[in-house]
Design a binder for this molecule. Structure first.
Ligand code: CMP
Length: 138
């Protein structure tokens, strides 16, 4: 059964000119794009999106980075979307990411790691709703 996940192409990958390469990998892996937008988060919005990490030492750095430039936000649909997408992007730290994954190819380090992917079906819904209204989802 098709399910949803949520992704962002982060400011590092946008700055490096990798939007097209990453979208091509997402397309080739069989995901359907259910929603997509190109935008820049404010510090307040980035802090709200990552509020679950507010107690972590890297939170200020994460918020500053995620509001440092434009991102691509998207909702993706596929069978077992959350797990399938996490396989496609690789480990959070690109040093641990498998060969051929998006983070292995395009991420520099654990902070600037090219893409975000939801970690559960529940969070995929919460994250998709953060960015998209029902009128923006197809
Ligand atoms: P993401 O999947 O977007 O979810 C939380 C983010 O926090 C994660 O990707 C990383 O970019 C970031 N993160 C996790 N661990 C660290 C760390 N040790 N230092 C800096 N950033 C981190």
């Amino acid at each position: 059964m098709s399910t949803l996940t949520f992704t962002m192409i982060k400011p590092d990958a946008v700055r490096a000119g990798n939007i097209g390469n990453i979208l091509a990998m997402i397309n080739q892996a069989g995901f359907r794009i259910a929603a997509m937008k190109y935008l820049k988060l404010s510090e307040q919005q980035a802090g709200q999106f990552y509020a679950v990490h507010a107690h972590r030492p890297f939170y200020p750095e994460l918020v500053a980075f995620m509001s440092s430039g434009p991102i691509v936000a998207a909702v993706l649909e596929k069978e077992d979307a959350v797990a399938s997408f996490r396989t496609l992007i690789g480990a959070t730290n690109p040093a641990d990411a498998a060969e051929g994954t998006i983070r292995k190819l395009y991420a520099a380090n654990v902070g600037e790691n090219a893409v975000h992917g939801s970690d559960s079906d529940e969070n995929a819904q919460i994250e998709a709703n953060f960015f998209f209204s029902s009128l923006e989802r197809f």
